[in-house]
Design a protein around this ligand. Structure first.
Ligand code: HEM
Length: 418
């Protein structure tokens, strides 16, 4: 990949203006950072985001460093100042909310809370859900086939993650659209001017669900939280609702964008699509890993140094944020050969860090992989000719590698052959 004379510091990774100008993740820039400044201070952007101040952070761009920091919560804390690139310490309410969700905790508290829900998310538990997931996937694909053309991201890829979240939490299916709208509004944290209002609305919505679920059986995730104990005490309602609020964003935005990236990448690489179609079920799991490696939906999460420390000899002061770049780690040439190439047969594609690693490793990884596999197998079996009819619209974000729209024709040859 040509890096065109780029230098460390030429792009501010916290600047929405820079991201909008680029219109895609800055892979060339990360290549420069990995080579020349693998632990690099990214200053606060100028101008700052109107609502979220970024204090600046140390960008970790090498695979080994992202993995090391993820696995060392005693040195790099999620609790101290959240996993966001912003500065919640400026606002005690925001900081408290972040700390009451699983992502914003450190061990041993994190271990105790995670233990409550982890048993419900094991590969075996997810495998038991597969018939339901497949049936729902078939329905989503049939609806697309009937429509013919569609905006793929929100009208197709968003459906299955939402259906499954509703199922896991016991949200009635007839409230799904309301939940989807609220979840999307809150996930759009960077540009939704009514974010605070929508966040409260989602909290109130989930709180109603929690209240209505008091008598649920023990097999929903929500019931596990409702009836679980940490340190010999029942969880408070706010803790339960906060957990589901985190899940509402973690569980659908990510899977939706991965589905969309998969279809986009197959469209951009007809040779890879042909390989996939030759052995759809056999090659699908590795193809999903390769999409997650090549185009991870979450660009980064942050941690905060709990002491004066260093990485690769670069001093990091107590209280400094570090930015763990999954986008860059996944293209580290020391781990992946010819890393910019999209190759669904790549032997170590599953070593990607799109789900993170260490104690906060994505709790929904097995569920995400299963739903992606079911949906994409059904899609390419039923509609193998699906193609993009225009360029996808990238999301302007310093956090998500997302798409906000992608027009498709599900059966482009139907008219010609009719
Ligand atoms: C392709 C889809 C997904 C991707 C790429 C993804 C990615 C991630 C990443 C990067 C983290 C943070 C790791 C860290 O901080 O070290 C995470 C955490 C988490 N994810 Fe996912 N995720 C996906 C789908 C899901 C789904 C479907 C669910 C649940 C329904 C889910 C639930 C969670 C939860 C609860 C956490 C917090 C875990 C903890 O802090 O212990 N995710 N995910």
């Amino acid at each position: 990949m040509s890096t065109n004379g780029l230098k460390p510091g030429d792009i501010n990774l916290a600047s929405h203006g820079d991201m909008e100008r680029l219109g895609k993740p800055p892979h060339e820039y990360f290549e420069v950072l990995r080579r020349e400044a693998p632990v690099f201070w990214n200053p606060p952007p100028d101008p700052q985001h109107p609502r979220f101040n970024c204090p600046g952070y140390w960008v970790l761009s090498k695979y080994a460093d992202v993995a090391e920091a993820s696995k060392d919560p005693a040195r790099f804390s999620a609790w101290e100042n959240s996993v966001l690139w912003t500065n919640p310490k400026e606002n005690p309410i925001v900081l408290e909310a972040q700390r009451s969700g699983l992502m914003g905790m450190d061990p041993p508290q994190h271990t105790q809370f995670r233990r409550l829900v982890q048993p419900g998310m094991t590969p075996r538990k997810v495998a038991a859900l597969e018939p339901f997931i497949r049936e729902q996937a078939q329905q989503v694909v049939e609806e697309l086939a009937a429509r013919g053309t569609a905006e793929f991201v929100f009208d197709v890829a968003a459906d299955l993650p939402m259906i499954l979240l509703c199922q896991l939490m016991g949200v009635p299916q007839d409230r799904r659209d309301e939940y989807l709208t609220l979840g999307n509004n809150v996930a759009n944290v960077e540009f939704n001017e009514n974010f605070e209002h929508d966040n409260i609305m989602l909290f109130v919505f989930l709180d109603e669900i929690v209240q209505a679920a008091e008598d649920l059986g023990d097999d929903t995730m929500l019931a596990k939280y409702l009836h679980g104990e940490v340190d010999g005490r029942r969880l408070e309602r706010q803790e339960i609702t906060q957990f589901f609020l985190t899940l509402s964003i973690a569980g659908h935005e990510t899977t939706r964008n991965t589905t969309a990236h998969f279809v986009r990448l197959m469209d951009e690489h007809p040779d890879q699509k042909a390989l996939l179609l030759e052995d759809l079920e056999g090659r699908m799991p590795n193809a999903i890993h390769e999409v997650l490696r090549h185009s991870p939906p979450v660009m980064q999460f942050c941690r905060t140094a709990t002491c004066d420390t260093e990485m690769r000899g670069v001093p990091i002061a107590k209280g400094d944020k570090i930015y763990m770049s999954y986008i860059s780690a996944n293209r580290d040439e020391e781990v992946f050969d010819d890393p910019h190439r999209f190759d669904i047969l790549r032997p170590n594609a599953d070593a990607h860090l799109a789900f993170g690693t260490g104690p906060h490793f994505c709790l929904g990884a097995a569920l995400a992989r299963t739903q992606l596999r079911c949906l994409l197998e059904e899609l390419y079996r039923r509609l193998p000719d699906i193609e993009l009819t225009g360029p996808p619209t990238p999301m302007n974000s310093v956090w998500f590698n997302g798409l906000t729209a992608m027009p498709v024709d599900a059966c482009p040859h139907a008219a010609a052959s009719a």
